[in-house]
Every structure is written in structure tokens, then in C-alpha cells.
Ligand binder design. Structure first.
Ligand SMILES: O=P(O)(O)O[C@@H]1C[C@H](O)[C@@H](CO)O1
Ligand SMILES: Nc1nc2[nH]cnc2c(=O)[nH]1
Length: 325
């Protein structure tokens, strides 16, 4: 490989995708691990929520975060009103292929919802609090339940590509290193300083999801397991994957955990699912390599089933919400 020279640095600009906007760099991340003790104030988040409320006709009850390649989940939304992230003051923008970058408001089976077509990842350069900012905005909009979806690598040897894993728990690997979306001063208006996480993934909703999977005759592809999030953007080494397997991880991804922590902190009910888009490589004899194109392809392959599944879940979760207002 030729050595890098000064001209290459200018040429490198050509590799920035033309339509994607790069995120601002968080200069306050002075401690070197990307932590930021700053976040938007309650008032700023309220301004974002009020801006959105002034542009929509129906307040959402359920929020959906669409995982990589799963943006079509928002296509079942009727009476839809979309707002691009770049048109929302103080909102981050999506920079990843397979994440469109808009909020879609409307209804699924008559239930008012908002879907994020495009989430924010730590590896894009956003601190965790900013990745999770939309969750707090959802709370301020009146959302009661969050459905988070993601694409993940399957570590459990019984999982196949295209399986759907109901998340029963997570391991917050980034949290072990002190990186947490709740890092910094706590605003009690969102939630307590020390929120519990032992019931993070709503037990009743997980059981409903299993019932719905049976009703839709997809229970053969629906599993339940433990998810972990790593910072990315690289996929894992064989040794890393074997370590994660040893500690009880069934699927590995690059999102969701911090969103769920933020959602539970502000008392949203949480349901999460992982689409298994690749089998993790846990042996040096296996020549497969994970890649984002495959992740997006599997999302496309499973889009109809996932849409049906999530639509039914919205219907059923809304019934529970109505009983416990
Ligand atoms: O947004 P999710 O968690 O679904 O995206 C996963 C993790 C990476 O962003 C990407 C890798 O292909 O898919
Ligand atoms: N970290 C991680 N994220 C993923 N997203 C989809 N597949 C994978 C994977 O194998 N590892």
C-alpha cells in the first residue's frame, strides 16, 4: 500500500457519501471514552416535543425504533405524517445505510404510533445520551410503550439467519466500561438517579409476543434470548464472540441497550426484538465474514413477516395499555 501523503487527505473527502450529513463532534467528550456529562436539558427536549406536536394530528401511544434494514415496519402506518430528522431543531441526523432518517407518525390498526425510520448509533460519533434523545422525546410526546427492533448476529448455535429473537434481557457491555446514556447529572423529571433494570423487558409483553407468534404460525422462527451491544462499527473477532457466548449472550448488535436503559429510566414499557441477520463466526475454520449488505438483505427478506408481527404486537400492547392507563 502506498504511504499516505497530504494530497490524500483532500482526496479522502470524495469518500464522504454525498447525501449523508456527518454528525457534529461532541467536544465535551474529554475523558476519551466518548462519555459526555452533558445532555439536552428537559426544556430543550420539551421544545423538540412541542415542535413535533405542532406538526402532527395524533399523539402517539407506542413508539417503534426500526432496526437496520427494517425501515419498512413504518410502511403499515396509515394516515401517516413524516418529518425528516434534519427538519427537527436540535435532532441528530442518520448517517447509516438502511436508516432513512425520519419520524413517521400515524396509526397501526387504529393505534396512534410514531416510528423512527433510522436510529442513532454510538459508532456514528454520537454520545449515548444523544443516541437515546428520541426515546425521551417519545416520552414527552405521550408514548407509553417502546418497541425497539435491531439487526443482530446470532451467537446461540440453535439460531438461524432470519430468526427473530424476543429480547428477554441484555448485558450492557459499554456500561461495564462506564459508558451509559444516563451518565451525568440526573433530571428527576425523567426518572430516578439509580433506576433498576432487572425487569427491563416487560414480561407480559414477551408472553404476548410468543402467543402472537403462534397465532401467526411463525413460532418456529421466534426465539427468546439475551442481547448485547458493542460500540462498533467493526464486527467482532472470533475471540470476542467466544467470550460473549461464554457469558450467556445469544445475539450481538450495536444498539438498543442504551435506548432501553433510557426508556426504563423514564418508565416506558419496553419490548425489543432482534432479527438474526448473520451467524456469528466462532471458529477460525469458518471463512464467513459478517457484512452490512447481508444484514440489509436479511431485513428485506423478512420485512413482510416482521411487519405483520409488529402490527399485531402494537394491537395487543395497546389493549394492555388501555387496561392500565
Ligand atoms: O440499528 P441496528 O442495531 O439494527 O443495526 C445493526 C448494527 C449496525 O448498525 C448494523 C451492522 O450491520 O446493523
Ligand atoms: N455487533 C454486531 N452487530 C451486528 N448487527 C448485525 N449483525 C451483527 C453482528 O454480527 N455483530
Amino acid at each position: 500500500m502506498a504511504p499516505i501523503n497530504a494530497n490524500d487527505i483532500n482526496d479522502a473527502k470524495a469518500f464522504v457519501p454525498a447525501k449523508k450529513v456527518l454528525p457534529e463532534v461532541e467536544t465535551e467528550a474529554a475523558n476519551g471514552n466518548g462519555n459526555s456529562s452533558k445532555g439536552y436539558s428537559y426544556e430543550t427536549l420539551l421544545e423538540i416535543a412541542n415542535f413535533l406536536l405542532s406538526r402532527i394530528s395524533v399523539k402517539p401511544h407506542i413508539g417503534i425504533i426500526c432496526g437496520s434494514g427494517m425501515g419498512s415496519l413504518a410502511e403499515s402506518i396509515t394516515e401517516s405524517e413524516s418529518i425528516s430528522y434534519e427538519d427537527i431543531p436540535n435532532f441528530p441526523v442518520s448517517t447509516v445505510e438502511g436508516h432513512h432518517g425520519k419520524l413517521v407518525f400515524g396509526k397501526i390498526s387504529g393505534v396512534p404510533v410514531v416510528a423512527m425510520q433510522g436510529r442513532f448509533h454510538y459508532y456514528e460519533g454520537y454520545p449515548l445520551w444523544k443516541c437515546c434523545l428520541p426515546v425521551r422525546v417519545m416520552k414527552l410526546l405521550g408514548v407509553k410503550t417502546l418497541i425497539a427492533t435491531n439487526a443482530a448476529g446470532g451467537l446461540n448455535p440453535s439460531y438461524k439467519i432470519g430468526d427473530v429473537m424476543i429480547v428477554k434481557d441484555h448485558i450492557n457491555m459499554m456500561g461495564f466500561a462506564g459508558n451509559n446514556p444516563l451518565h451525568g447529572p440526573n433530571d428527576e423529571r425523567f426518572g430516578p438517579r439509580f433506576p433498576p433494570m432487572s425487569k427491563a423487558y416487560n414480561y407480559e409483553y414477551r408472553n404476548i409476543a410468543k402467543e402472537v407468534a403462534k397465532e401467526l404460525n411463525i413460532d418456529n422462527i421466534v426465539k427468546e434470548g439475551v442481547y448485547t451491544c458493542l460500540g462498533g462499527p467493526n464486527f467482532e473477532t472470533v475471540a470476542e464472540l467466544n467470550m460473549l457466548k461464554m457469558v450467556g449472550v445469544d445475539a450481538v448488535g450495536m444498539s438498543t441497550v442504551h435506548e432501553v436503559i433510557t426508556a426504563r429510566h423514564c418508565d416506558l414499557n419496553v419490548f425489543a426484538l432482534s432479527l438474526i441477520t448473520n451467524e456469528c463466526v466462532t471458529s477460525y475454520e469458518n471463512n464467513d465474514e459478517a457484512n452490512h449488505e447481508e444484514v440489509l438483505d436479511v431485513g428485506r427478506m423478512r420485512q413482510d413477516i416482521l411487519r405483520l408481527f409488529v402490527n399485531k404486537l402494537v394491537e395487543r400492547f395497546a389493549l394492555i395499555e388501555a387496561k392500565n392507563p
